[in-house]
Design a protein around this ligand. Structure first.
Ligand SMILES: Nc1ncnc2c1ncn2[C@@H]1O[C@H](COP(=O)(O)OP(=O)(O)OP(=O)(O)O)[C@@H](O)[C@H]1O
Ligand SMILES: [Mg+2]
Length: 265
C-alpha cells in the first residue's frame, strides 16, 4: 500500500469572521505535501478566505493554521514574514505592479529577499519566465500583455523565490479555453518538476478535476473532501451538482448559495 503524503498545510478547528460576518466555524482540513489540491465551492463560501488564512494575510477568530508544521495563527508579523518565504501566492487579479516592466516585477522580490548579484537575478528571472513559456518579454509593461500572458508572468513571480507551497486563487479566470489549458498544464508541470504543494481555488470544474489529486468542496454545512473518483461517486447530490455543472463554463453560476455562519451549526 502506498503511504499517504504527510500534510503540508492544515487547518484545525478554525473559526473565521469579518466583524459580525461569520464565514465558517470549526473548519478542519489539510493539504498533502507535493500534491495538487483543489478547493471548489459557491461564491462567497470562503475559498479565498482559506488561502488568505494560510498566507497569514488575515487572522482567524480561533483555531490553528499549520504551515509546514508551524502554527501561524498568532505569529507576530516579523515571524510571519519568514513563513511567507515558503509560500508563493497567485492572486485572483495577478497583482503585478503596473508601473514596472515584466523583468522588474520578477526581479523585485529577488533583490529584496536575496543577495544575488545582478547577473544571477537576471538568470533566475529568465529561468522562471522560460518555465511559464515566455521569452522576450522583459521590457513589456503589464498592460502590454494579454490576459493569459499576465497570468503566466504572475505565476512566474509566484515561484520566483522557490516556494515549497503555491497558493493559486482563480488561476483560470478571464482566460480563453486554450490559455486555461496552458496554465493548467503549467501548474501540473511545476508540481511535478519542483515537487511544490499546490492549492488551487477555482470555479473551473473540468480543469480542476483533471489536475487535482485531492478535491475539497465547501458546502454551506461543512466540507466534502476526497479523490476525484471518490467525489464522482459521492452520494451527496450537491457534490454531483458541482461536478456536473455546465461543462463548458465555470460552475460559479450553478453553485450552491452559501449562507454566512451556516458552518458547524
Ligand atoms: N475583508 C473582508 N471584509 C468583510 N467581509 C469579507 C472580507 N473578505 C471576505 N469577506 C466575506 O467573507 C465571505 C467569504 O468570502 P471569500 O472571498 O472567501 O469567498 P469565495 O468563496 O472566495 O468567493 P468567490 O468564489 O466569489 O471568490 C463572503 O461573505 C465575503 O463577503
Ligand atoms: Mg474568491
Amino acid at each position: 500500500m502506498p503511504t499517504a503524503a504527510p500534510d503540508h498545510l492544515r487547518l484545525e478547528n478554525v473559526t473565521m469572521a469579518f466583524g459580525e460576518r461569520r464565514v465558517f466555524e470549526n473548519l478542519s482540513c489539510s493539504f498533502p505535501a507535493g500534491e495538487i489540491s483543489v478547493i471548489l465551492g459557491g461564491s462567497g463560501s470562503g475559498k479565498s478566505t482559506i488561502l488568505r488564512l494560510i498566507g497569514g494575510l488575515i487572522t482567524p477568530v480561533s483555531g490553528r493554521i499549520l504551515v509546514d508544521g508551524q502554527d501561524i495563527s498568532s505569529l507576530p508579523e516579523s515571524e510571519l514574514r519568514l513563513v511567507r518565504n515558503k509560500l508563493g501566492m497567485l492572486f485572483q487579479g495577478g497583482a503585478l505592479l503596473d508601473s514596472l516592466t515584466v523583468f522588474e516585477n520578477l526581479a523585485l522580490p529577488l533583490r529584496e529577499h536575496s543577495d544575488l548579484d545582478p547577473d544571477a537575478v537576471a538568470a533566475q528571472v529568465h529561468e522562471r519566465l522560460a518555465a511559464v513559456g515566455l521569452r522576450d518579454v522583459d521590457a513589456l509593461l503589464p498592460n502590454q500583455l494579454s490576459g493569459g500572458m499576465r497570468k503566466r508572468v504572475a505565476l512566474a513571480r509566484a515561484i520566483i523565490m522557490n516556494p515549497m507551497i503555491l497558493l493559486c486563487d482563480e488561476p483560470f479566470s478571464g482566460l480563453d479555453p486554450i490559455s486555461t489549458r496552458q496554465v493548467e498544464d503549467l501548474l501540473v508541470d511545476i508540481n511535478r518538476r519542483r515537487k511544490i504543494t499546490i492549492v488551487v481555488v477555482s470555479h473551473h470544474v473540468d480543469s480542476t478535476m483533471r489536475m487535482a489529486s485531492r478535491v475539497m468542496i465547501v458546502l454551506p454545512d461543512g466540507i466534502v473532501v476526497g479523490s476525484r473518483d471518490e467525489l464522482r461517486n459521492h452520494a451527496d447530490p450537491r457534490v454531483q451538482a458541482f461536478l456536473t455543472a455546465d461543462r463548458d463554463s465555470p460552475a460559479q453560476d450553478h453553485a450552491v448559495e452559501v449562507l454566512p455562519g451556516a458552518f458547524g451549526a
